[in-house]
Design a protein around this ligand. Structure first.
Ligand code: IDP
Length: 141
């Protein structure tokens, strides 16, 4: 079994997509091992997305991610990291609507910024991101 960190971002939570997204997760064979709703503050988002700190969109990303509560989850299944990324679809939700119409971002997202969900992009990321939000899971996997 592998674990990954999934987030339903503010547009997903406020847009009432949570139940549909959770249904998709369960139907796809994942269990939701942990979950909690959090209102992120700027410092937390800065730290979580530190690898993007030099990007032009960084301040917008912080505004977006602090614009409302998020649902943070640890998903567990074989190949959880790659499978959740595949379910989410490409970063740019407007492109996902054309190339991956059944993906979560195509259905719930809007554009390259407001794309509704997050997923760890590698084992290394998952091992950092899981304990970032769930300190009790300190080894990450
Ligand atoms: P990912 O979420 O698909 O892994 P990343 O490149 O890691 O994509 O970007 C993190 C988040 O930053 C994206 O999910 C999106 O919300 C935002 N983002 C990425 N690229 C842009 C951009 O060019 N403009 C505005 N926001 C962006």
């Amino acid at each position: 079994m592998e674990r990954t960190l999934a987030i339903i971002k503010p547009d997903g939570l406020l847009g009432n997509y949570t139940d549909d997204i959770k249904k998709t997760i369960i139907e796809y064979g994942s269990s939701i091992f942990k979950e909690k709703i959090v209102q992120l503050d700027e410092a937390t988002v800065e730290q979580f997305y530190a690898q993007h700190s030099s990007k032009s969109f960084f301040s917008r990303l912080i505004k977006y991610m602090t614009s409302g509560p998020v649902l943070v989850m640890v998903l567990e299944k074989d190949n959880a990291i790659a499978d959740w990324r595949a379910l989410m679809g490409p970063t740019d939700a407007s492109k996902a609507k054309i190339t991956h119409p059944h993906s979560i971002r195509a259905k719930c997202g809007l554009d390259i910024e407001r794309n509704c969900v997050h997923g760890s992009d590698s084992l290394k990321s998952a091992q950092r991101e899981i304990p970032f939000f769930f300190k009790e899971l300190s080894s990450g996997q």
